[in-house]
Design a protein around this ligand. Structure first.
Ligand SMILES: *Cc1c(COP(=O)(O)O)cnc(C)c1O
Length: 380
């Protein structure tokens, strides 16, 4: 069997080991310490915001963001439907209701028109169970249309949480994603563009939000000589060992973005003229995607193969691919949530495939992926 090619696997070799070693030497084996502080600084600097709090996962970061924005039982939170479930699960942790908004075709992210429709309809209804936040996702690294979305959110006075879990290194209007909303979420899970094996962060210009996040993430301990708690807390802080990995990864983030963009360019150049295969383009010079995953749409009529069968063919060659994320409004667990749909994300789901995009892929790996795809396209 040929060596397995993964969708997106961890890629070490910044100074990770050096920082881990320092943590061992200083016995900073805890969910705080110098690596955590330095990792937070470098994240904030890179994302063009003032502050960051390193946490145990991106999901924990979204949960804390919702808590800090006052999301409670019976409230509503508007979220992109075309995303990974971790965007929406924390809304339900708070016993609030997700209101799912479909995509526009240019970036595949939240459709501003449907967002406005959702806000309009929910404003006219009850004032008690209010829309407390909007979670906008930058899926696969492609920035959402933040100018339009922020204008609408500001018009209705609703705070925006950016889910930039897949988009570290992406830019919109030459500003890093994660710097547009009130607060943003990053993830360092094993498959993301940089990883700490597992981890996440909240970033924001608002020091009060970030300090509050650190407080809640360390069991909400009051300032007292004994353990005293006036609020419900969580154990969501990042370990100083893992933050050491993160520091090392931040030294090479620009190279990682470049490599992923090169892979996208490779696939694009070799497949753009194949009838029935299309790509997600950066709609204009204002959009810069980190190209976390390269995605293609496969028209079964023109190519003679469905994306599912193409996935199976790749698997036979020990190549991992994956259909586009199944939209939340199509998920059994969220199917009863209110939703604002236009058919875009469900159509994307039926035709789209994520290709191996890891920054540690070799030229030979990419050639292998390309040849399996070309071999299985029948009507050339
Ligand atoms: C990975 C991911 C998350 C969650 O991050 P974890 O660190 O895995 O909890 C949230 N949203 C999106 C869009 C993601 O891809």
């Amino acid at each position: 069997m040929k060596r397995r090619i993964y969708l997106s696997s961890p890629h070490m070799n910044g100074g990770e080991m050096k920082y881990i070693k320092e943590a061992f030497e200083q016995n900073w084996i805890a969910p705080l310490g110098p690596n955590v502080d330095a990792f937070e600084k470098s994240l904030a600097g890179y994302c063009g915001v003032k502050h960051a709090a390193a946490l145990s996962s991106g999901s924990a970061a979204i949960h804390l963001a919702l808590i800090m924005l006052g999301v409670e039982q019976g409230d509503k939170v508007i979220a992109s439907s075309f995303t990974f479930s971790a965007t929406v699960n924390p809304i339900v942790y708070q016993c609030a209701t997700p209101v799912l908004v479909d995509s526009e075709p240019e970036t595949w992210n939240m459709d501003p028109d449907l967002l406005e429709q959702a806000l309009k309809e929910h404003r006219e209804k009850s004032t008690k169970h209010r829309v407390k936040a909007i979670i906008v996702v930058h899926l696969y690294g492609m920035p959402a249309k933040m100018d339009e979305i922020m204008a609408i959110a500001n018009k209705y006075g609703i705070p925006v949480i950016e889910d930039a879990a897949e988009a570290l290194g992406s830019r919109y209007n030459d500003k890093p994603v994660g710097s547009f909303g009130k607060i943003a979420v990053l993830s360092f899970n094993g498959n993301k563009i940089i990883t700490t094996s597992g981890g996440g962060a909240l970033i924001s210009d608002d020091i009060r939000l970030i300090e509050k996040a650190r407080f809640l993430a360390t069991q909400a301990r009051d300032k007292a000589p004994y353990y005293q708690h006036s609020e419900i807390g969580y154990n969501y802080r990042m370990s100083n060992i893992l933050a050491g990995i993160g520091r090392g990864q931040m030294q090479v983030i620009d190279q990682r973005v470049q490599k992923r963009r090169e892979s996208h360019e490779f696939y694009y150049q070799h497949l753009k003229d194949v009838p029935g295969i299309s790509f997600l383009k950066e709609p204009s010079g204002n959009f810069f995607s980190n190209r976390w995953l390269t995605t293609i749409l496969v028209d079964p009529e023109k190519t003679g193969i469905s994306c599912w069968d193409l996935q199976a063919e790749c698997e036979k060659e020990n190549i991992e691919t994956r259909p586009l994320w199944k939209p939340m409004h199509m998920q059994p667990v969220f199917s009863s949530c209110p939703s604002y749909l236009n058919g875009i994300s469900s159509e994307l789901f039926l035709q789209g495939l994520c290709l191996p995009s890891g920054s540690n892929m070799t030229d030979e790996d990419r050639d292998r992926v390309l040849s399996v795809i070309l071999k299985n396209i029948h009507y050339k």
